[in-house]
Design a protein around this ligand. Structure first.
Ligand SMILES: [Zn+2]
Ligand SMILES: [Zn+2]
Length: 401
């Protein structure tokens, strides 16, 4: 697999270190050190990350945030899971709210069947291990690769594990991370570099989507990139695309606060699709040609069509956003201009580990996201689907309470 090309000056800030214990399936992988920059979100809660919530011990009950049906979410008590053979139980330190969970919350995801504890962007500390687990122990800081794959189907054998026909996802097909504790197979937990704040570690999962997308779509020379959507996936894709050092890096959205953030995070131009003709503006910015790569991180027909209209002849459109099932696209234009359109779904285990490394190297800041207590879950979900304002990404932090 082609490694993602990093900007040389960015890579120069990273020194190789001695190998430490590696997660299953990635023998000999190099670990990257932290830059030593304090994470502002960690400083806000000094020393509290590993404090157990009062009253929640072993053989006791824990708090879970349960999805009960469209726009119904409730805090409930449940038994703390005991690790089965080959499993570990993780004390959840941080569990990010994904756009797909919001989709589920609105009742639009067929995969999320209530009652369900969602949450698949999980980081925390190993609390206990089941029979047969010998290479990891309580106290290890980990993040969770949420896909459980069969290892036997044609997709798994090709290495396309995210396309496994028998895949299960923690937080969709079994209880997820909006809880004090979550059980996961040993193969799903990935140790994180020492000192990485748990809040940062929870971004391995969402960032892995962007690693996967850019790995598959930015192999050639990418000088001009447009990213449709400045939500959390759009912002993470922006961070990674910036490491490719494109001359033009355009962010497109309809929320002024998000466009301002995109500019602050390194977009060379920000276009408001509500007030501007996006394709015309992008042609202006690219000498009349269009961008080499358009990343669609919204999932609406309007943005998919604008993405196709914004790429140069021979250019590429990478579709990441879910949302609308069917979108009419200009087939003759796609043929005449030899445009490639490619979907990007989730990530492989290797993409996930690379996301951990990028976070560990301090190459992807996460200070644009906000932490919330688990109790705030129902209110945060409501806010995110009704009036998010400048809230782009919310992360629930059960262990900090
Ligand atoms: Zn997600
Ligand atoms: Zn499989």
């Amino acid at each position: 697999m082609t490694a993602m090309r990093l900007h040389p000056t960015a890579r120069d800030t990273v020194e190789p270190v001695a190998e430490t214990e590696c997660p299953v399936g990635t023998p000999g992988r190099r670990r990257l050190p932290l830059r030593g920059k304090p994470d502002p979100l960690r400083v806000r809660n000094p020393g509290k990350e590993n404090v157990p919530p009062a009253g929640y011990g072993r053989d006791a009950h824990m708090r879970t945030l349960v999805y009960l049906g469209p726009q119904r979410m409730e805090l409930q008590e449940a038994a703390i899971p005991a690790p089965r053979r080959g499993e570990v139980v993780v004390r959840v330190g941080a569990s990010g709210i994904c756009g797909s969970d919001l989709h589920g919350y609105l009742g639009k995801s067929r995969k999320r069947v209530p009652p369900l504890v969602m949450g698949h962007e999980i980081a925390g500390t190993v609390e206990s291990v089941g029979e047969g687990v010998r290479d990891i122990g309580p106290g290890t800081a980990v993040t969770v690769y949420p896909f459980i794959t069969c290892g036997r189907c044609a997709a798994c054998r090709r290495g396309d594990t995210s396309l496994c026909g028998a895949r299960q996802v923690i937080g969709i097909d079994r209880p997820g991370g909006y809880a004090d504790f979550v059980a996961a197979p040993r193969a799903s937990v990935v140790p994180v570099p020492p000192g990485m704040p748990v809040f940062t570690a929870s971004f391995a999962e969402p960032l892995a989507n962007a690693v996967h997308l850019l790995d598959r779509n930015a192999a050639g020379l990418v000088r001009r990139v447009a990213i449709f959507g400045a939500g959390s996936q759009g912002v993470l894709a922006l961070h990674l695309a910036r490491l490719l050092a494109p001359a033009v890096l355009v962010s497109v959205d309809i929320v002024p606060a998000r466009l301002a953030l995109a500019r602050r995070l390194g977009a060379t131009a920000a276009i408001n699709a509500q007030t501007d003709d996006v394709a015309a503006r992008i042609r202006e910015l690219t000498g009349g040609e269009g961008v080499d790569l358009a990343i669609e991180a919204v999932g609406s027909s309007a943005t998919r069509q604008a993405a196709v209209a914004s790429v140069r002849s021979g250019g590429r459109v990478a579709l990441l956003g879910l949302g609308e099932e069917i979108t009419p696209l200009p087939a003759v234009d796609i043929v005449n201009r030899e445009i490639t359109i490619r979907g990007s779904y989730a990530y492989t285990y290797d993409d996930f580990v690379r996301a951990v490394e990028l976070l560990g190297a301090g190459l992807v800041p996460v200070d644009w996201a906000r932490p919330y207590p688990l109790e705030a879950g129902p209110a945060v979900f409501r806010q995110l689907v009704t009036d998010p304002g400048d809230l782009i990404k919310a992360v629930l932090t059960p262990a900090a309470e």
